[in-house]
Design a protein around this ligand. Structure first.
Ligand code: NCD
Length: 310
């Protein structure tokens, strides 16, 4: 295993190993004053971001640093990409400069896969940190870590993914990972925000949020991705919120043990009410915290564990 490009087709045993390592790392670092392990000393990790990000970029950087890797952040807006350099040339430059791993976020679906082809010869690992509307595997892994922590197991658990599924790489990665780990996934969205070919995904589909909530063990709210929308996908923000927003009234329809997730950034008052986001049912801050440990675990399995160079 050299790259982490998608959860579609990812070996569930590998995913579980990442979750186990992340949990171990979390416990190891808990309460430590110096949060630094020597595992990736001498390794160079580069984050290459062509799209905005707060939590994903920061948590990859922290993850690398806590593992003692040298971490360098490249953002398209301040690199030679702005002078017209192609993705391929940029990638080859980073590999030639000594990158052991490139973590890429890009607006084009498939960009991480392309990169992994170009970097195969250099032996540089590639992690997909979000490619267009395609996949965001480390987000799904950190969501799974958070759910496992709160719910104990995936078997027989019913997870709702609500909102702009069409444009969401987070939804796609979660659909594949959660179902491979044994959970049932139900997509709740207006017909205009569901992807073509949804019938072929391992999910059930609903358009009625109120009807689904009482049977859910967790509900994952998605941001409405206005930047990827060209045209009217719903009548107005207010109508979207009324039909698909998780407000306080709706939260009461959930079972008591149910967990509320959101990958961030949240549009408070749109897809989620502030009172819900800040309630004890919400695991949104835990998601961010677990994101660091999960990304440490991913870097470990790609760069440090036995057989990593295979
Ligand atoms: C998501 C992304 O960029 O795909 N954010 C994240 O990585 N936590 C979701 C989003 O932007 O809505």
């Amino acid at each position: 295993m050299k790259h982490l490009l998608a959860t579609d087709g990812l070996d569930p045993a590998f995913a579980t190993a990442v979750l186990d390592t992340a949990e171990e790392l979390k416990h190891t670092l808990l309460g430590r004053e110096v949060r630094k392990l020597p595992t990736l000393r001498g390794r160079t990790v580069i984050t290459l971001f062509y799209e905005n990000s707060t939590r994903t970029r920061v948590s990859f950087e922290i993850a690398g640093k806590w593992m003692s890797a040298d971490v360098i952040n490249v953002s398209a807006s301040s690199s030679s990409v702005n002078k017209g350099e192609s993705l391929r040339d940029t990638a080859l430059t980073l590999a030639a400069a000594g990158a052991d791993c490139v973590i890429i976020r890009h607006p084009a679906s498939g960009a991480a896969q392309r990169l992994s082809g170009w970097l195969a010869e250099a032996g540089t690992a590639v992690v997909n940190a979000g490619d267009g509307t395609h996949e965001h595997p480390t987000q799904a892994l950190l969501d799974a870590a958070t759910l496992r922590e709160r719910l104990g197991s995936f078997e027989g658990r019913r997870i709702g993914i609500v909102g702009d599924v069409l444009h969401s790489r987070v939804a796609r990665s979660n659909i594949h990972l959660l179902s491979a780990l044994g959970a049932e996934v139900v997509l709740v969205a207006p017909p205009t925000l569901l992807p073509a070919g949804v019938e072929s995904l391992p999910v059930t589909v609903s358009h009625e949020l109120d009807a689904e909530l009482p049977a859910l063990d967790a509900v994952m709210m998605l941001r409405v991705q206005a930047e990827r929308m060209h045209g009217g996908f719903f009548p107005s923000a207010r109508e979207y919120s009324i039909a698909y927003g998780l407000n306080e009234r709706r939260m009461k329809l959930l079972p008591e043990h149910a967990v509320v997730l959101h990958p961030g950034p949240m549009l408070r008052g749109m897809e989620i009410a502030s009172a819900v986001a800040d309630s004890p049912a919400s695991a949104i801050t835990e998601q961010v915290r677990n994101g660091v440990h999960v990304r440490m675990a991913v870097l470990y399995h790609l760069l440090a564990s036995e057989g990593a160079a295979a």
